[in-house]
Design a protein around this ligand. Structure first.
Ligand SMILES: *[C@@H]1O[C@H](CO)[C@@H](O)[C@H](O)[C@H]1NC(C)=O
Ligand SMILES: *[C@@H]1O[C@H](CO)[C@@H](O)[C@H](O)[C@H]1NC(C)=O
Length: 713
């Protein structure tokens, strides 16, 4: 005999944009009175549950296949005064009246001293009422008050989750004409249920049969503690009387898919998993017409819905994403004087896929790169009818913002280092710089920069790391999830005007186009670079604030001060007579630097281990007109994603003139000082101080003799 059926559901329309309430839609729940047909005088009654049929019915219901409804066999009424099956009064319980029966201390002692069978929990004890719960599975009379007998029987009944053992004052013959109040005996019954028991199920306190009063005593209830494990789903989490009220996902999408309600069957979590799986299959086969991804069921919450304590059915809420039990916040609803509560609530999630989506707020750059997303261009045409005397013409200013998803360093072709003077003789010494000493100012109060993983193979700059959340996802899931949030839609707005105006009012509107591209950054530029610090094959260490005393083959200088014994600072400067490590740049004139200093880019620059960062030099040209170049290929202290790349050029035959050329400057000089200064000469030339004017391609020529600064680019 199969009890089941169809259930009621709200899964059909899944396209709603706003999160739908997950509270139970009480207006949609049909009133339901569970069928419990305990027949007086029957020693046992069997109601069967067929899980295979019920589960396939639950799955088939998703595609609206109707199910046959079978009726229970009804038993014939017995004739008045016919003998009833009785049993010996083994406990000598007082059956003389209903009130004496209810007050009997022996019955109470049996109930209060009963041992809870293993695998079950006690729900109530020594009640004067019997349960009427969800999922009636029959009853039997037993010869002794022993819950373990009922537990063994329940264990053998498919779908049995709970039982109620109690004494019942029953008539020895069928009450009726000629025997309206026959003598009584103490019956012992176990009733079996496919849903949980609790005190709200205690609704049967006995009844009058003719003048005979049926009464209940010593009623104990027990519910299983073994929860259903479903293959492919996580260990069930017992939520007891609370049910989920889940939030929207990280993209604001509703994760609640809808619900199904099963009734006339026992509680079986597999009904809900079957519906969940069938719903995913159905949605895949019938994808949304707007091109969006089908919603897949990855999580469900199933429980018994009770109206005034009477089980109305097994509710099954489905979700696209797994949520923690902290969202199980709904513990009941009222409608008028009716109180709806939930019991035996469990949640289950898909073990291989928790349904977490890629999030637009954190993953769109990665996702756009991962799926090689090309932003579509859409044109919006809006028609506009001007007022009789006015027309508006709209000018759309498109602002393009570029997000670089990968960085490639353009390799520079470095030639062998051979230097020859005018008559062809190799004169290497005239073209090399000796490092006399290196000084580390070791600022004790400066925070330590966190270590960077060394890599000997070139730069790994602005690389696109795979976010940790995607680490164990199969490629298909990343692609599917990413395709939802890859961003960038170029929009062109065209406004068509209906008729000729008399006056025209012009308005402008802005639209932003986001494009993704690959950023190519220049590599080291010098033809024959020699490292003063760092290395093209990967810097051996990370360096900060160091400065170097160098011996040049010819003197350089500024404002009439010259020397071939100069100092080179990592922090973007070249100075005469002494060096300095100060990393906080100042406005010129400054007393925090060497007396005579050329400031190519005074900022807190930094060289990171394992990168091609460093300071390189090259000397070219003939003796007498040699050209000295220092190339800074650096990053910044604790700002490892910022880059500062520039060359300072000095001329043997134009002492006092210096050129600065910039290639890659993060934030265009917002935290740097550029210029030249000599305190002893009382002069300075400041090109910029903390101004965003140092653009890639800029070349500044500072002539400290003439007191001029010119620039190109
Ligand atoms: C869990 O999710 C995966 C990926 O969508 C799916 O292939 C699988 O069938 C799901 N498992 C169950 C039990 O529904
Ligand atoms: C080449 O010029 C250098 C000076 O620049 C001089 O010392 C050398 O003798 C010259 N060599 C020849 C072969 O003339």
């Amino acid at each position: 005999m199969l009890n089941k059926a169809l259930a009621f559901s709200a899964l059909a329309a899944l396209a709603a944009a706003a999160p739908r309430p997950q509270l139970i839609n009480l207006d949609e729940i049909p009133d339901y009175t569970p069928t419990v047909t305990m027949v007086p005088g029957l020693t046992a009654q069997v109601v069967t549950y067929d899980p295979t049929a019920a589960i396939s019915a639950a799955a088939a219901d998703v595609t609206d296949s109707p199910l046959l409804q079978e009726k229970r066999d009804l038993l014939q009424a017995r004739a008045a005064c016919a003998a009833q099956p009785t049993m010996a009064n083994v406990y000598n319980i007082d059956v003389s009246s209903a009130s004496a029966f209810r007050a009997d201390t022996i019955a109470a002692g049996k109930a209060n001293n009963a041992v809870t069978p293993s695998g079950y929990a006690l729900n109530f004890q020594n009640s004067g009422k019997a349960s009427s719960a969800y999922g009636y599975l029959g009853y039997q009379t037993v010869s002794s008050y022993d819950p373990s007998i009922c537990a063994n029987k329940c264990n053998s009944i498919t779908g049995c989750l709970a039982f109620n053992i109690y004494f019942e004052r029953d008539p020895t013959v069928e009450p009726g004409t000629g025997c309206t109040n026959p003598s009584a005996f103490a019956n012992i019954k176990c009733s079996y249920w496919g849903g949980n028991l609790d005190t709200t199920t205690l609704t049967n306190g006995g009844q009058m049969r003719s003048s005979f009063e049926v009464a209940i005593a010593g009623s104990n209830g027990y519910t299983t503690t073994k929860y259903q494990v479903i293959s492919g789903y996580t260990t069930p989490k017992f939520l007891n009387t609370a049910v989920m009220n889940a939030p929207t996902d990280c993209n604001g999408a509703d994760t609640y898919m809808g619900y199904k309600l099963f009734n006339e069957a026992v509680f079986d979590a597999r009904l809900c998993s079957a519906a969940c799986d069938a719903q995913s299959a159905y949605n895949i086969a019938n994808p949304p017409s707007d091109g969006s991804k089908p919603k897949l069921c990855k999580f469900f919450n199933t429980y018994i819905l009770n109206k005034n304590g009477v089980g109305q059915g097994q509710y099954c809420s489905m979700y696209t994403e797994q949520w923690s039990s902290t969202y199980a916040t709904n513990t009941g609803q009222n409608r008028g004087s009716d109180k709806y509560t939930m019991s035996f609530s469990f949640m289950y999630g898909n073990t291989t896929d928790d349904g977490t989506p890629a999030c637009a707020s954190t993953d769109s750059a990665f996702c756009s790169a991962y799926i090689n997303y090309i932003p579509p261009v859409s044109t919006i045409v809006s028609s506009f009818t001007p007022a009789p005397t006015t027309v508006t013409s709209t000018q759309v200013n498109v602002v393009t913002s570029t997000i670089y998803t990968a960085t490639i360093t353009a390799a520079a072709g470095h030639a062998a280092r051979v230097r020859r003077d005018g008559n062809g003789t190799e004169t290497g010494l005239d073209y090399s710089i000796s490092i006399i000493e290196s000084i580390d100012p070791s600022y004790t109060n400066k925070p330590v920069d966190s270590p960077q993983t060394a890599s000997s193979t070139g730069l790994a700059r602005r690389a696109l790391a795979t976010p940790a959340k995607f680490a164990n996802w199969p490629a298909s899931r990343i692609s599917a999830s990413c395709s939802i949030i890859a961003t960038g839609r170029a929009t062109t707005t065209v406004v068509s005007t209906a008729s000729a105006p008399q006056t025209t009012v012009a308005v402008t509107s802005a639209s932003t186009t986001t494009v993704y591209g690959t950023l190519t950054v220049p590599g080291v530029q010098l033809a024959s670079p020699t490292a003063i610090i760092g290395s093209l094959s990967g810097s051996p260490g990370s360096y900060d604030d160091l400065y170097y005393h160098l011996d040049l083959p010819f003197p350089i200088g500024a404002f009439g001060k010259t020397s071939s014994s100069i100092w080179l600072e990592i922090n973007g400067c070249v100075s005469l007579n002494t060096g300095f490590g100060d990393f906080v740049n100042e406005r010129l004139p400054s007393t925090n630097m060497a007396d005579t200093t050329l400031l190519g880019y005074w900022d807190d620059l930094y060289i990171y281990q394992g990168t091609q960062q460093g300071i390189y030099y090259d000397i070219t040209g003939e003796v007498g007109s040699r050209v000295l170049q220092f190339e800074f290929y650096t990053s910044a202290f604790q700002r490892r994603t910022e880059y500062f790349h520039f060359i300072m050029t000095f001329y043997e035959n134009q002492v006092g003139l210096v050129k600065y050329k910039y290639f890659d400057i993060s934030y265009n000089g917002l935290s740097a000082t550029v210029g030249a200064q000599s305190r002893s000469a009382g002069k300075f030339l400041q090109y910029s101080f903390n101004q965003a004017v140092i653009n890639p391609g800029l070349e500044i020529t500072i002539d400290t003799n003439a007191g001029t600064m010119t620039h190109t680019g």
